[in-house]
Design a protein around this ligand. Structure first.
Ligand code: URA
Length: 435
């Protein structure tokens, strides 16, 4: 490609708040991924986007150009409607582990290409990798076959899927340019569109443990992503869900798998079940729309989950990727218990504090090449609204390395509040955003 644009002119244009024409955006992404735009130049451009934003047309083109940097999967021959879910990430968010087999048990194919966790929220692949033998890497033909046979796949996105995002995300991570709605939306949606799903449901978390702490910002991110999906012909809807308190009773890789399996067998914590069923109902509804069937033709996710009907799909999905669904999951050699500081009712358990503690215990990574511990994490023995007694065990800190305990305790120092009466129940599913 001849260099028809001067990158410094494009940086200046964005710095001064102007929109780039489509050809300039195509050029910029292609020239960056081709190594003809330097890292410092793209860093400057991204910082200008953080301040100036992108127009809707620019953003749609930026996303298309990112997709064009790599392969686009075609899942048309899977034999069932394909609907995926993406979560913007929360603490204790093991929803995918339950949702993917659940929606498959309702007759829909779920092609979940996932990433690894960075920062205080855990990654789905890290959780699945705590199952002995389970492999995240699947060649595309194996992934397609598994989708056709079982209807459920959770695997790593291959290197050919949106290579521009791999480079841009790594650069954003070290240049303070992650926090930008157009950059987040294009990063997430380019990967989901390229993976070939026909429809998509987004779980946009709101609260202290989420990327977006305010409902306004979460709503804007959700609307932006729903619009990008619609522009690319992928039917997309979003739910805003609360993330002030962590989900379920555990945060940490193997701990969360155990909790997800409880839910798959018809038990599990009520908040996890509520969010999972709300997302599953949207996914099944979109699948019905795609096939022109009435939604009542498909099975109701709440009934399927309560009856343990998703569990056989989970087992098949784990086995198909080399995992042993009956294997004992690893346990941490050190478990420290922290007592409730007062008697009363648990009114607050701060999601960010719990996520940071789990991360400091070894459950998460600071850099993408770091290893994570399968066993590290936090378990809370009471849920919001439950009565607690001063001095009785409230939190468990699980770790392979006792040296991590003081910093984990510090992360939890202000995370717990106990009141004289239960705080009023707050809804978990806050809002639905449609195109
Ligand atoms: N997740 C992504 O994939 N990209 C972002 O920019 C933020 C979260």
């Amino acid at each position: 490609m001849s260099d028809e644009f001067d990158v410094v002119d494009l940086i200046r244009a964005k710095r001064d708040g102007r929109s780039l024409p489509a050809a300039a955006i195509d050029w910029l992404i292609a020239a960056y991924t081709g190594g003809r735009v330097a890292e410092e130049q793209m860093s400057a451009y991204l910082m200008a986007v953080v301040w100036r934003g992108m127009s809707p047309d620019e953003l749609a083109r930026w996303t298309t150009a990112m997709i064009a940097s790599g392969d686009r999967l075609d899942l048309a021959d899977v034999g069932r409607p394909t609907v995926d879910k993406h979560s913007t990430g929360g603490v204790g968010d093991k929803v995918s582990l339950v949702l993917v087999p659940l929606v498959a048990a309702c007759g829909v194919a779920v092609p979940q290409l996932s990433g690894r966790g960075l920062g205080h929220t855990g990654g789905t692949l890290d959780k699945m990798e705590s199952i002995p033998g389970w492999r995240a890497d699947l060649p595309v033909d194996r992934m397609r076959r598994q989708l056709a046979d079982i209807g459920a796949v959770i695997c790593a996105a291959g290197a050919g899927l949106v290579p521009a995002d791999r480079r841009l995300y790594a650069l954003r991570d070290v240049t303070g340019t992650v926090e930008s709605i157009p950059l987040i939306a294009s990063s997430i949606m380019s990967k989901k569109i390229a993976e070939g799903t026909s429809a998509l449901v987004l779980d946009v978390k709101v609260g202290t443990g989420a990327f977006m702490s305010s409902p306004e910002a979460a709503r804007e991110l959700a609307r932006t992503m729903v619009g990008l999906g619609a522009a690319a012909g992928v039917r997309t809807e979003a739910l805003l869900t609360a993330m002030d308190h962590p989900l379920g009773r555990t945060a940490g890789n193997a701990l969360e798998v155990t909790e997800a399996v409880d839910a798959l067998r018809g038990g599990g914590p009520a908040d996890l079940v509520e969010v999972t069923v709300a997302l599953a109902r949207l996914m099944v509804g979109l699948a019905a729309e795609l096939t022109g069937r009435p939604a009542s033709d498909l099975r109701d996710p709440a009934e399927v989950l309560a009856a343990g009907g998703a569990y056989p799909v989970w087992r098949a999905m784990v086995e198909a990727q080399g995992g042993d669904p009956d294997a004992e999951l690893p346990l941490a050699p050190t478990v420290e218990t922290l007592p409730a500081p007062a008697s009363g009712f648990l009114t607050r358990l701060d999601a960010r504090g719990v996520g940071s503690a789990a991360w400091r215990l070894g459950a998460g990574r600071a850099r993408k090449e770091d290893a994570v511990s399968a066993t590290a994490g936090v378990r809370w023995l009471a849920g919001i609204g439950d009565p607690v007694q001063a001095g009785e065990p409230l939190l468990e800190l699980h770790t392979d390395d006792p040296a991590t305990l003081p910093r984990a305790r510090a992360a939890l120092a202000d995370a717990v509040e106990i009141g004289p009466r239960p705080a009023p129940a707050r809804p978990l599913v806050l809002e639905r955003i449609q195109a």
